[in-house]
Design a protein around this ligand. Structure first.
Ligand code: 2Q2
Length: 322
């Protein structure tokens, strides 16, 4: 009986303590591949906070980190099916439209100046249009990333050292071309499977920017950080176009303004993290290896160019001569 009485009071308290916040009109479920420590996660938390404030609770954002809700490709499909609403994505979109290849094409961009020129130029505009028309996703801005580097358990200084190394890559066509041309064995795999696969030895290496290497704890299963800088890139935070169009005009405006603020907020966090992340990785035992970047670039450039359709080759030529 005591228990029943207690339960009754607990229930009473629960009901009367319930905040009298109205139910949100729009609940936006967000699937992320990173965990709670990463700047993309923190940026979406901020986005959710300012949206709730600015819409007085009409929009609420729910975030699921570490691919708990869906892996990157599934997340895109679930957004298209109107089951969930937001995610982060990039060149994996090449599987929907080819121009997406340019946001992560190996050895194309050198630095963030190039990157911003692309994002704000005709190629960036085209990418955003295609994203809506071919993938049903609307860009909410972009998150700059540091260059991608190869991690492994033996030092890789030159492409000749790769010698069939099994490298996990995201399911991005140009990454397959790149690592094949360099003499490795590229294996497409979802991000959340990488740690365990490295641990079990089904893959031997992976490649990602410092921030994600650190975030995923790869230092526990990888000794060397080979400074290949083979890809300079960004990712798009995105919302389903259908879901966006469902918002009334006043909310659309608030939503896109908040998205801009999220991008600025993330960029600040990104720059802060870049200051300390290399030191952190070294402290966790990773050894940094200088590589013959020229040799890497030369060995794959032609293969990458030849893998592009004639239309994309034209864009590539333009970007290179700009
Ligand atoms: O390794 C990964 O899965 C990520 O760093 C991907 O590059 C990222 O998910 C996207 O840029 C791919 O669209």
């Amino acid at each position: 009986l005591k228990k029943t009485v207690l339960c009754f009071f607990a229930l009473l308290c629960f009901n009367s303590c319930k905040p009298d916040k109205p139910e949100p009109e729009f609940l936006l479920r967000t699937a992320l591949l990173v965990n709670e420590e990463h700047t993309w996660y923190k940026a979406f938390v901020y986005f959710g906070q300012i949206l709730e404030e600015r819409t007085e609770g009409r929009i609420k954002v729910e975030i699921y980190p570490s691919e708990q809700l869906a892996k990157e490709v599934e997340a895109i499909r679930l957004i298209q099916a109107d089951v969930i609403d937001m995610t982060t994505t990039g060149s994996i979109l090449t599987n929907w439209f080819e121009v997406a290849t340019f946001c992560e094409l190996p050895f194309l961009m050198q630095d963030s100046t190039d990157m911003n020129r692309y994002i704000n130029g005709p190629i960036g505009k085209l990418m955003e249009e295609e994203m809506i028309n071919k993938a049903g996703l609307r860009s909410l801005g972009h998150f700059e990333r540091g260059p991608r580097h190869l991690t492994s358990n033996r030092p890789i200084r030159h492409p000749d050292d790769l010698n069939g190394l099994i490298v996990r890559i995201p399911n991005v066509p140009s990454f397959v071309t790149l690592w094949k041309a360099l003499g490795a064995k590229p294996t497409p795999m979802a991000f959340s499977e990488v740690f365990t696969s490295l641990q079990q030895g089904t893959i031997e290496a992976q490649e990602n920017p410092f921030a994600l290497i650190n975030n995923a704890g790869f230092s526990e299963v990888q000794k060397y950080l080979n400074l290949t800088s083979h890809v300079v890139s960004w990712v798009y935070p995105v919302v389903g176009e259908k879901q966006f169009q469902r918002l009334p005009p006043d909310l659309k405006k608030i939503f896109m303004e908040a998205a801009k603020d999220m991008q600025a907020y993330e960029h600040h966090l990104f720059l802060e993290n870049e200051k300390s992340v290399q030191k952190e990785l070294k402290a966790k035992g990773m050894e940094f290896i200088e590589v013959d970047k020229e040799a890497f670039q030369q060995k794959c450039e032609e293969a990458i160019y030849n893998s592009l359709s004639p239309e994309m080759q034209k864009i590539y030529d333009q970007l290179k001569t700009e």
